[in-house]
Structures are given as structure tokens and as C-alpha cells.
Ligand binder design. Structure first.
Ligand code: PSV
Ligand code: MN
Ligand code: MN
Length: 424
């Protein structure tokens, strides 16, 4: 399935009068419209290979049909997204779900779609059929050396796959932890995990980064060995300059102030990667911006402020990825909505009047500070985001084109109704 360029242009043409009205209005309202458009056009968000199929819950899974059956088809799906929004030019692979059997062919296919390989993800949270030792009681934290060694070897294998594809980072998410008090010696679990991570770190190519992802709970419900940003930062600091913390928005207890965490990690030069999603309860992996758009804006506000303070390039300074997938939406529609929500929050954060905000902060003018932030958050920037997409060759309304061109119907015709993408 391919969407022809002229089709996108036809849809853009049909939508152009309404877009022009909205764009003329917003570019008159916003001081730095051109600079915002340039930044939006440069910003790419990686799509995880496992978000292209319907994510199940442990109670069931309801596949929607036409899901990618291979890594090649996953790349094709992301190619479709990227063609529509020009902002999804990267894929993040999970091994062993996405073992590239022929790396140069996979690399060439991705390049054909304008897609690069973002962080590689290892998997020591599931047992594979041909695996010698079980991860039932953890991987890098395990009390038995042979289990730890198996997990270390797996991560090194993932680095090697990534090398062949031109990736430059490894994300390590461990489900290690315990379900009951007394099950683990916390210090020993930490030390085993640290020394495993050290061995993996030593195998990193010199220009690679390692992201240590934390998560508050699930699948373990009493303790998690990399359970919060403090623990992740502790590992990353002990590991060295190529190791960073990765923030996944769903990996916090309810109401945690994630924007403050982001600000401090950036201050320390230890924020490396980001997984976007949204949640009402825990790691719900809902569409970005679906539940708490103001929180997303506040996070972007800190990202922009903190990255500017360190002179970091917004587009390349951190690893940006969506980590969302669930049961009830077409995954490609869901991803288009997620990317759109990210772009809107980013544009709003770029609009914040930093000088006014600082003045308000210096004079303890709390009401004025709130006004500055909410002035940006309440501005409808959708036409700016659409204009950036248009200039980059994408669709004014990606979701509209996706539906009008009946992409899912075509995919079902090509691939069948009962396809199951690898992933959770
Ligand atoms: C764990 O919940 C996580 O957020 C990690 O990033 C994993 O790699 C991914 O989800 C797997 O679905
Ligand atoms: Mn994640
Ligand atoms: Mn998660």
C-alpha cells in the first residue's frame, strides 16, 4: 500500500482555503511564527515497531486486521505515517521481536521511506522458546550468575544488531523487581544490576548512548529494581557519560510532577530519551495528549527551557519516541494523533514568553506566571503545525487523508484480516 504524492496534494488543495484563513490568523498572533515552523519541521518522533499492531491487555486482544506481519511491513507502515506527517522519520526496534535477518536489505528499505533507526530495545522481561534460563525472578538482578550472563549477552547482541542498522543507542528497560516483601535483597539486586549494566556499557560503540528506563511498578508490584528517576540516575551516573535516564510518561505514580523531573535531569545533563504516551492510572499507554494535555505542555515547556539553557538542539539532543499502543483504535490512526499532540505541545512551548515568565518569577508574581503559560497553552496552534507539515511535503490533515484513502481497508486486503504483529 502506498499513498501517491499527488493524492496528498489533491487533499491539500481541497483544504487550502480553510487552512490559509487559520494560518493567516495565527501567524499574525504569534511573534516568532517562522522560527516555530522551522523547528517543527526539524522535529522527528520515532515510532516503536510494537505500536503498529493492536496492543492487548492481559485480559484479551482484539486485532483490527491488516497488521504488519514482518519487519519489512512495519517499516512500510511507518513509511505511510511519515509520508502523511513528515514527522515520523525513525523506527525503534525491539529484539527479539524484530530480528533483522538481512540488515542491509532492511536498512535500504528504511532509507527508501526516509526512516532511520532510533534506539534499539532489549527484552529480558519475557522468556523466549529457545532460551536456556528463565527470567521469572529477574534478569540482571538475578541471584544466579548464569541468568545474569544470559541477559548481558542478549543486550550485547542487541547492540550488534543496532550497529548493522546504523542505530546509535540502546534502551534498557528491566522488569526486574519483586512481588512480595522479603523476596529480594534490595542492595544485592541493585549491585548485580549495576555490574550487568557496566558490562553492557563496556560493549557500547564509542558514539553510542545507553538509556536506562525506569518504571514505578508492573509487572512487579512490591519493588522495581529501576523504579524511579532517582534510581535510574544513580545507575546512569555510576555507569558514565554515555549513560542517561529515559523518561516514559506512564512510568510514574499518579500526580508525580514529571516536568520537574525533566527539568532537573536536563540540568544534570542526564536526560537522554523520552517515551511519550498518556495515562489515567499507570502505564496505560494511551494516545499522547488524550488525557492530560496541560501536563504534556508543561513538560514540553521544561524541555524547551532546559535544552535552550544547555544549548542543545531540540531535534537531535534527546531520543524522542512514542511508546503507546492499546486495544480499541486503529494503531496507525492512534500514532497520527499522538504525533499531532506532540507537535502541538512543542509549538505551544516554543511560544512561551520566556522573558515575561522570568520577570514574573523574579517578582513572585504568581498570577502573571500562570497567565504567561496559559496564554501559550490556550492558543490554537494547529494551523502552525499543519503549515510546517505542508512545507515539508506532508498532508494538511494526515488523519483525514488516511481515512479518505481507506488505508486500513487496503492493508487488510493486502495482508488479511487475521494478522498479528509481534510485540506485546
Ligand atoms: C515498559 O512498560 C515499556 O515502556 C518499555 O519501554 C518497553 O520496552 C516497552 O514498554 C515494551 O512494550
Ligand atoms: Mn517505555
Ligand atoms: Mn511502559
Amino acid at each position: 500500500m502506498e499513498i501517491e504524492k499527488y493524492k496528498i496534494e489533491e487533499h491539500n488543495q481541497a483544504a487550502s482555503a480553510a487552512h490559509k484563513r487559520a494560518f493567516d490568523y495565527i501567524s499574525g498572533e504569534v511573534k516568532n511564527a517562522q522560527a516555530i515552523i522551522d523547528k517543527l519541521a526539524a522535529f522527528q518522533v520515532a515510532i516503536p515497531s510494537w505500536a503498529l499492531g493492536t496492543g492487548g491487555t492481559r485480559f484479551g486482544r482484539f486485532p483490527g486486521g491488516g497488521e504488519p506481519r514482518s519487519l519489512e511491513e512495519k517499516i512500510e507502515d511507518i513509511g505511510l505515517l511519515h509520508k502523511l506527517n513528515q514527522s515520523s522519520g525513525a523506527i525503534s526496534l525491539h529484539i527479539p521481536w524484530d530480528i533483522p535477518k538481512n540488515a542491509s536489505h532492511i536498512k535500504a528499505l528504511a532509507a527508501q521511506h526516509g526512516i532511520r533507526f532510533d534506539a534499539m530495545n532489549s527484552n529480558t522481561f519475557q522468556d523466549q522458546p529457545d532460551q536456556q534460563h528463565s527470567y521469572k525472578f529477574g534478569s540482571l538482578q538475578h541471584v544466579k550468575k548464569e541468568v545474569r550472563q544470559q541477559a548481558i549477552d542478549h543486550n550485547i547482541e542487541v547492540i550488534n544488531y543496532g550497529r548493522e542498522l546504523g542505530s546509535d543507542s540502546l534502551t534498557v528497560w528491566l522488569s526486574d523487581g519483586s512481588c512480595f516483601p522479603g523476596q529480594l535483597n534490595f542492595r544485592q539486586a541493585f549491585q548485580h544490576t549495576l555490574s550487568g549494566l557496566q558490562e553492557i556499557y563496556a560493549a557500547l560503540p564509542s558514539d553510542w548512548k545507553m538509556f536506562v528506563e525506569y518504571k514505578a511498578f508492573e509487572p512487579n508490584f512490591y519493588s522495581t529494581t529501576v523504579g524511579d528517576w532517582g534510581q535510574s540516575l544513580l545507575y546512569a551516573s555510576k555507569l558514565g557519560p554515555k549513560a542517561y535516564t529515559l523518561v516514559d510518561l506512564g512510568h510514574h505514580h499518579p500526580n508525580v510532577n514529571i516536568e520537574q523531573i525533566v527539568s532537573l535531569l536536563l540540568m544534570e545533563g542526564k536526560l537522554g530519551g523520552f517515551h511519550f504516551n498518556d495515562s489515567k492510572y499507570g502505564d496505560d499507554d494511551l494516545t499522547v495528549g488524550a488525557i492530560k494535555p496541560y501536563q504534556l505542555f508543561l513538560i514540553f515547556n521544561e524541555l524547551v527551557e532546559g535544552m535552550d539553557a544547555r544549548g542543545m538542539d531540540h531535534a537531535t539532543g534527546l531520543g524522542w519516541m512514542i511508546d503507546a499502543s492499546h486495544n480499541v483504535k486503529d494503531p496507525l490512526e492512534d500514532l497520527l494523533q499522538s504525533v499531532e499532540a506532540i507537535m502541538i505541545s512543542y509549538a505551544q512551548a516554543l511560544m512561551v514568553d520566556r522573558k515575561k515568565l522570568q520577570e514574573a518569577q523574579e517578582s513572585n508574581d504568581v498570577a502573571a506566571a500562570q497567565e504567561v503559560l496559559q496564554q501559550a497553552f490556550r492558543t490554537d496552534v494547529r494551523a502552525l503545525v499543519a503549515e510546517a507539515r505542508l512545507r515539508a511535503g506532508g498532508a494538511l490533515n494526515p488523519l483525514g487523508v488516511y481515512r479518505a484513502e481507506k488505508v486500513r481497508e487496503h492493508l487488510i486486503k493486502e495482508r488479511g484480516l487475521k494478522t498479528v504483529a509481534t510485540g506485546l
